[in-house]
Unconditional design. Sequence first.
Length: 229
Amino acid sequence: MGDFDFDVIGRSLPYLWKGMQYTLTLTLTAMTGGIIFGSLLAMARLSSIKPLVLVATVYVNLMRSIPLVLVIFWFYFLVPLLGQWLTTSETPITVGPDQTALISFTLFEIAYYCEIIRAGIQSIPTGQVSAAKAIGFTYSQQMLYVILPQAFRNMLPVLLTQTIVLFQDTSLVYVISGTDFLGAASKIAQRDSRLIEMYSFVAVIYFLISFSLSQVVKRMQSKTTLARS
């Protein structure tokens, strides 16, 4: 341990914090987009319109059957070529790491949040739906005022668990040279030849954040169980 230089962490904190800000921004953006569009996709899957159900089902099954890193690569390398073909340009369109990360993560998370929200909607007793219909609520009003508020309360721990997984997965932007928390630490480690120190620090930070959030999930689950009993 005498050869370790942990002072490199203190010297690099401003740059590491910048990387962490990117990680948190990406996590919150993908989570927000995933929940909003995932809710719409969940309602599409539960719709009585068969073509809508088919499209939503194909999208969810496709995204849940391929690795996230492959989605990132597809968007980063194929979208510029597709854009060039559609616009008949001489050169591929420019898609940077930041835009690639935001869009590919959101598209990927939509499928997972969709299934969580769909399960939450289906967990609501049919009596609630019947009561909403009896007082003349439309389908949209049923969802907005009766079903979704109860569903989100029930599935909040699962949504947070998926967000923890999303937070950990943001490290994959490293493969397209995105400067997230891990990417920032990696650049410092390569520059100063301090791989063990930097990667150990990154592991500790990821563990502390993820473990803390998992404890919040456990408390939420306990409260939900008590409320139902």
